[in-house]
Design a protein around this ligand. Structure first.
Ligand code: SF4
Ligand code: SF4
Length: 470
């Protein structure tokens, strides 16, 4: 036997104990230094020759929770199986539909918004394409027979194409009912057009929740996410949240940069004081994302930058991904600020991401699809603005560039370069979009280990708090 390569630990000197976690089994325990010493005795070439009855019992328990494993080869084999199961799982079919790339905001950091003539040219899904998306989804439902179907409506601003949003929601709800499949709808919106009518109509089809973005406190948000004429949008969005918070689960996201990060505690105070505060399902923030270089229209911006325009650490696309509860929260972040804002969020009693359970994201799942406004298929929403990254089309057309892209995505396994990193099961090598954009190589790991480490320390502190309260 030997210690698992996925063991991580945080010393708790004030209690003379140690927080132990295994990122593969998700076991988390607080133990005495004796237990850690015992675990470490298995770290050499030879297992301890003699164990007392008490030690034997502790060893059995450590093995049961995955802290001790048979051998490294077996563990690596198990890791391969874990990723294969994630890739091939048919439990859930996930489809993210970009109903339009148009947006009614003119966010400073986003090239998708209403800048200049962009919205005139931004693609919008036609009803005809929506019908074909529905047919294609039905064929996937028939082929996979999943337990659940998760439809994410995203854009641009998805509510700018309400007919398509309603059509897909209603038709696919009927398709799921006919097949005995549970349907969940996630809506990712800037919140400006979110009304009771929208939520009520989507609720009838299985709305799971709505994610809305606020970019800092009122003044900061109004500066960062204005309408084309410069008018602020904060008050309208908050009023809309107030109107629908009792009807659905609302998650609040936000995009910070070095200039705006410090306005988030004021936003959190404001949210805490609202009557809908206890209805917020999740609050989580991540860095503003910009492209490092000017790009073609329609490209989703990707690189987090500082106020000086220098790229920050890793980055990812806007906010789509694995649903309202985990909307691309794996997407990268400025590690320190992320940890700070996570703690500020928790302090005010909001549920947020823990910084450790961040992946693997949907790019590792072959039954998670992103469909662009013209029916092009993408490996994840972060690639959806880049036509050459399309891996297929709902009409089955064959194009060399799509086949080539598909082959690239099929062999994604950046984590294989991460050697014995203990965070592989929850990181999988980081965000592929960020690696592609920042490193020019989607197969390279995009590492934010320090952020995982900060999340681990926070988990340990939470565990201690629970012990104190128990
Ligand atoms: S690769 Fe990045 S953008 Fe795509 S789903 Fe994963 S974390 Fe999100
Ligand atoms: S990218 Fe970094 S944190 Fe993630 S698995 Fe690889 S080495 Fe670990």
């Amino acid at each position: 036997m030997q210690p698992s390569m996925f063991n991580v630990r945080v010393p708790l000197p004030e209690r003379n104990e140690v927080f132990l976690m295994n990122t593969f089994t998700d076991a988390q325990i607080v133990v005495s230094p004796d237990v850690v010493a015992l675990l470490d005795r298995f770290g050499g070439d030879d297992a301890p020759a003699f164990l007392s009855a008490e030690e034997r019992s502790t060893v059995d328990e450590l093995a049961e929770h995955g802290f001790l494993v048979t051998d490294r080869d077996h563990e690596r084999h198990e890791l391969e199986t874990y990723f294969r199961n994630i890739r091939e799982s048919t439990d859930q079919l996930r489809v993210t539909v970009l109903t339009t790339l148009q947006c009614n905001f003119a966010c400073d950091y986003c090239i998708q918004g209403d800048h200049g003539d962009y919205n005139k040219h931004a693609a919008k899904m036609s009803m005809e394409t929506a019908a074909r998306v529905a047919e294609w989804t039905e064929s996937r439902l028939d082929a996979l027979r999943p337990q659940t179907f998760a439809l994410t409506l995203f854009g641009g601003e998805p509510l700018l194409n309400l007919p398509v949003a309603y059509y897909l929601a209603e038709r696919l709800r009927a398709s799921c009912d006919a097949r005995g499949v549970r349907m969940l709808i996630n809506l990712i919106t800037n919140g400006l057009l979110l009304t009771r009518e929208v939520v009520t109509r989507l609720n009838a089809c299985g709305l799971n929740g709505v994610k809305i973005t606020l970019d800092g406190d009122r003044d900061t948000h109004n500066r960062m996410r204005p309408l084309r004429g410069g008018q602020g949008t904060f008050d309208r969005i908050i009023q809309n949240v107030r109107d629908v918070a009792h009807l659905t689960r609302i998650s609040i996201g936000g995009n910070f940069d070095m200039e705006t990060a410090d306005s988030y505690p004021a936003l959190l105070d404001f949210l805490r004081d609202q009557e809908f505060a206890d209805k917020l399902a999740r609050v989580s923030f991540k860095p503003v994302i910009r492209e490092a270089q000017p790009a073609a229209k329609g490209l989703i911006p990707l690189t987090a930058v500082s106020a000086e325009g220098k790229p920050l650490n890793g980055a990812c696309m806007t906010s789509a991904g694995t649903g309202v509860n985990r909307v691309c929260d794996t997407c990268n972040f400025v590690d320190e600020k992320m940890a700070f804002l996570r703690e500020e969020t928790k302090k005010r009693g909001f549920s947020t991401v823990d910084g450790v359970h961040m992946g693997p994201c949907e790019i590792h799942k072959e039954n998670a699809h992103t469909v662009g406004p013209d029916g092009s298929l993408f490996a994840c929403p972060g690639f959806a603005g880049e036509a050459l990254q399309s891996i297929g089309h709902i009409d089955g057309r064959q194009d060399d560039y799509r086949s080539q892209a598909l082959r690239q995505f099929e062999r994604l396994a950046a984590w294989k370069q991460c050697q014995d990193c203990a965070f592989i099961p929850v990181c999988a090598g980081g965000c592929t979009v960020a690696a592609h954009n920042e490193l020019g190589d989607m197969h390279a790991p995009n590492c934010h280990k320090t952020s995982f480490e900060a999340g681990l320390v926070a988990l340990a502190q939470d565990a201690v708090r629970e012990l104190v309260l128990a």
